[in-house]
Design a protein around this ligand. Structure first.
Ligand SMILES: [Zn+2]
Length: 259
C-alpha cells in the first residue's frame, strides 16, 4: 500500500480489527448497489470513502429536484442526469481508488444474477418489493451476501441475509411474497431525509464488516428504528424450511460453507 493510501485510510488501519489486511480486503472488494437514491447515496458514499475497490451502481432513474432533500449523492448540477452517472461522478471525485460502473438500467432477474455473480456482496437500496424479491432470488442463485435496507416516513429496517451460510434466512423467509403488502414508497408517501442516512450507514457498516471479516453480521436479526421516538429494536428470526425462494439451498445445520 502506497503512502497516499496509508494516509487516506489511516483511521481504518488504526482499528485493530481492520488494520492493513482489512483495508486491503476493502480495496480488493467488488459490490453491487441496487439503487442510487435515498439509501444508495449514503451506502455508496461510505463504501467509496472506505476504498471499496469496485462499485457497480445501478439505477434507471434520473435526478429530480425533489430527490435532493435526501439523496445526498446528487447535487443541483446533476438535475436531469441519470442517477447512476451522477453518482459515479460524485464517487470518482471523492476517491480515485474506486472504480465505479454506472448501470443506467432496470435490472431484470437474469441481469441481477449476472451482476451479482460478478461481485462479492450485494446491497439492496431499492424502493419496492418486486425488486427486493428479485435481488433476493439473485443472491440465492449466486450465494452472495445481501445487505438489505428500507425506510419510509420515520421508520427504517435493516438486515443481512448471508446466502453463503445454510443457517441464514433469506429475505423471503422474513417477508413472504404472498403476504399482503401495502407498498408505501418514498416518492409518494414521504420520508425523513436523515433517516435514510441512519439506515444506509448501518448497511455500509455491515458491508464493511462482511468484506473485512470482522464482528458479528446482522444475520437472522431485523434491526428497526423509529426515528420519531428514536427507538431501535432487534427482532430475531429463523430460516423458513418451507420458504419457496430458498428451500433448495443446503438445509440449515449443514454447516457454514465459508463462501
Ligand atoms: Zn428463504
Amino acid at each position: 500500500m502506497d503512502d497516499a493510501r496509508l494516509m487516506r485510510y489511516a483511521r481504518h488501519i488504526l482499528l485493530d480489527e481492520l488494520g492493513i489486511e482489512g483495508q486491503e480486503r476493502l480495496l480488493a472488494a467488488r459490490v453491487l448497489i441496487v439503487g442510487a437514491g435515498g439509501l444508495g447515496s449514503p451506502v455508496a458514499l461510505y463504501l467509496a470513502a472506505a476504498g471499496v475497490g469496485r462499485i457497480v451502481l445501478a439505477d434507471d432513474d434520473v435526478v429530480e429536484l425533489s430527490n435532493l432533500q435526501r439523496q445526498i449523492l446528487h447535487t443541483m448540477s446533476g438535475l436531469g442526469r441519470p442517477k447512476a452517472e451522477s453518482g459515479r461522478d460524485a464517487l470518482a471525485a471523492l476517491n480515485p481508488d474506486v472504480r465505479v460502473d454506472a448501470r443506467v438500467e432496470r435490472l431484470d432477474d437474469a441481469r441481477l444474477v449476472e451482476l451479482a455473480g460478478q461481485v462479492d456482496l450485494v446491497l439492496d437500496c431499492s424502493d419496492n418489493f418486486a425488486t427486493r424479491h428479485a435481488i433476493n432470488r439473485a443472491c440465492i442463485a449466486t450465494a452472495r451476501p445481501l445487505v438489505s435496507g428500507a425506510a419510509i416516513r420515520f421508520a427504517g429496517q435493516v438486515s443481512v441475509y448471508d446466502l453463503r451460510d445454510p443457517a441464514s434466512p433469506c429475505y423471503h423467509c422474513l417477508f413472504p411474497e404472498s403476504d399482503p403488502v401495502s407498498e408505501a414508497r418514498c416518492a409518494t408517501t414521504g420520508v425523513l431525509g436523515p433517516l435514510l442516512g441512519m439506515v444506509g450507514s448501518v448497511q455500509a457498516t455491515e458491508a464493511i464488516k462482511l468484506i473485512a471479516g470482522v464482528g458479528t453480521p446482522l444475520v437472522g436479526r431485523l434491526l428497526s428504528v423509529d426515528a420519531l421516538q428514536m427507538q431501535w429494536h432487534t427482532v430475531r428470526f429463523r430460516r423458513d424450511p418451507d420458504c419457496p425462494a430458498c428451500a433448495r439451498r443446503p438445509p440449515a445445520g449443514a454447516g457454514y460453507s465459508g463462501g
